[in-house]
Design a protein around this ligand. Structure first.
Ligand code: ADE
Length: 223
């Protein structure tokens, strides 16, 4: 799967090259292709933004450089996501759905936003990563890339995903590793018992309990 990011800050995307994502890139399962919008500016000052028609604070990103950057990809009607606090709030189901796309274009806004006509022309989905306002779409795009990339087949072990889908909609159960005692706190005995079925049952109960106490809204959604 190829992630194409239309951005004024392409260097930001150099940082998502570690751990699982790095291995996914190296093995060719995903690629991350930042496209520098300024390279597609049309005037000799390489301008990419302008004052808003009708007045008001801040600058608006121009449609033309974004459109030319998008066209340079030469992909037929790709799924194109505009990262904006006005979008649909991103979740795991959306990540799952997007992971089936061969190409994903992510448009990162800045300043007061982008000219509405580019949204009308190329954007298929408006996505927010939460009800707060970032200075630009880059960090949101990185969050989407990270969440989608790990669901691309072969990027993480199938059994990790199986465990995730088994407990879909629930928070994680607590995890422990060595040593068996830390500051007088013991690892729950069941985890040392070797009884796999019992351990699975305990973990599921713990996941339900954690969800009930920390995120009851997730359980309400299921009903
Ligand atoms: N751009 C600015 N804030 C954002 C948010 N919360 N989600 C996605 N893109 C954004």
């Amino acid at each position: 799967m190829n992630f194409h990011v239309l951005t004024l800050f392409p260097e930001v995307f150099d940082t998502i090259n570690h751990s699982m994502i790095k291995r996914a890139i190296e093995s060719g399962k995903i690629s991350i292709n930042p496209v520098y919008i300024r390279d597609f500016a049309t005037n000799n000052r390489r301008q990419t933004d302008g004052y808003p028609y009708g007045g008001g604070a801040g600058m608006v990103m121009m449609a033309e450089p974004i459109y030319r950057a998008y066209k340079s990809l030469e992909i037929n009607h790709p799924r194109t996501i505009y990262l904006t606090p006005q979008g649909k709030v991103f979740n795991q189901a959306m990540a799952q759905e997007l992971s089936a796309e061969p190409d994903l274009v992510l448009l990162c806004g800045h300043y007061e936003g982008v000219d509405q006509r580019i949204i009308d022309e190329i954007v298929t989905d408006e996505v927010s990563i939460g009800d707060f306002v970032l200075t630009g779409g880059e960090i949101a795009a990185m969050a989407v890339i990270d969440a989608v990339a790990r669901l691309v087949p072969g990027v993480i072990k199938a059994d990790s995903l199986d465990a995730e889908s088994f407990s879909a909609g629930l928070l994680e159960y607590p995890q422990y590793t060595r040593p068996p005692e830390f500051m007088g706190r013991m690892v729950p005995e069941i985890l040392l018992s070797g009884h796999h079925a019992e351990i699975e049952k305990w973990r599921h109960q713990q996941a339900v309990e954690a969800t009930r106490s920390k995120r009851p809204d997730l359980l309400a959604e299921e009903e």
